[in-house]
Each structure stands twice: as structure tokens, then as C-alpha cells.
Design a protein around this ligand. Structure first.
Ligand SMILES: [Zn+2]
Ligand SMILES: [Zn+2]
Length: 168
């Protein structure tokens, strides 16, 4: 039988991996804005202002983040697996959060302000870099609150449930 302390340790590793992935995502996005020449496709993403579907977004994150998902296997197989799961789950969550904020931002119920929607809508080159969470914007002082809800377009699709987004 698995001891409670072992389960608690695995849960802690999972949460650590999840938060670490969100931190990496924050800094990758921030660097894309700091060095736009290195990342033309992000400027193009801002020009088009649309997401490619949850699956397509997730595959992109996976390609970029795979190198961060596997090194804990060198430490132990159990921890490596949980770390992989934590980062993998953040990838799915971030891909969904991204799609939702492009399609139906008022349904982004877990954030007071859908940071990524605001980041696009107000052409913010220096603020609100989070996708799934606004935590790191608050920690690194790039969080910029905006009266976004009353803006034209913010209510677009708000009668649709949160899971009705383009999945692929
Ligand atoms: Zn951006
Ligand atoms: Zn976007």
C-alpha cells in the first residue's frame, strides 16, 4: 500500500511541475515581446488575433516545452512521470485557456480579468503575458487591470458554455 506521505510528495511534484510550466510560458511570451525579431510568428499571431484550436496550440507548446518535461526522469522514474504529467496537463490547460480567451473571454471564470484577451484587445506589448494564469503577471508586476468587460466585443459568444471552443 502507498503511504500518505508518498502520495503527498507526488501531488507536490505535480503542482510544482504545473506551476513551473506556467512560469516558463509567462517568460517565453514576455521574451517574444522583448525580442520580436526572434519570433515573427508571435507578431503574426497578434495581427491575426485568432487561435488555431486547442489541439494545434497544444502541439506547439509540446514542441517547445518537451525539453523541460523530461529531465526529472534522471532523478527518478516516479518523479519524472509525475513531472511529465504536471507539465503536460499545464500544456492542455494553457491551450484551452488561450483558445477560450480568443473566442469567448467572458467564460474564463477562473480569472478576474482574462489577461490574454486584454493583452490582445489593447495591444499590450509590455503587460499581461499570462495565458492560463494571471499569477506571474502579478508577481513580476506586469499585471495591468483594464475595464474590459463593458467593451464592445467582450460579450461576444457569452451565452455559449465555456467548453464550446474550437478544439482542433
Ligand atoms: Zn503576445
Ligand atoms: Zn493569443
Amino acid at each position: 500500500m502507498v503511504a500518505f506521505s508518498e502520495v503527498a510528495e507526488l501531488v507536490a511534484w505535480f503542482l510544482l511541475a504545473f506551476m513551473f510550466a506556467s512560469l516558463v510560458e509567462y517568460w517565453m511570451h514576455r521574451l517574444m515581446h522583448q525580442y520580436p525579431k526572434l519570433c515573427q510568428f508571435h507578431a503574426e499571431h497578434h495581427r491575426r488575433n485568432e487561435a488555431q484550436g486547442v489541439l494545434g496550440e497544444f502541439i506547439d507548446y509540446l514542441k517547445g516545452g518537451l525539453i523541460l518535461m523530461v529531465p526529472l526522469f534522471l532523478y527518478s522514474r516516479g518523479v519524472g512521470l509525475i513531472w511529465f504529467c504536471g507539465t503536460f496537463c499545464y500544456g492542455i490547460f494553457a491551450a484551452f485557456a488561450h483558445q477560450l480567451q480568443h473566442e469567448n473571454p467572458t467564460r474564463c471564470f477562473w480569472m478576474k480579468m482574462p489577461v490574454h484577451y486584454v493583452h490582445h484587445r489593447y495591444h499590450q506589448w509590455h503587460h499581461n503575458f499570462g495565458l492560463g494564469l494571471d499569477l506571474w503577471d502579478r508577481v513580476f508586476r506586469t499585471y495591468q487591470p483594464v475595464e474590459w468587460f463593458a467593451e464592445a466585443g467582450a460579450n461576444r459568444g457569452s451565452d455559449r458554455p465555456w467548453f464550446r471552443v474550437r478544439w482542433q
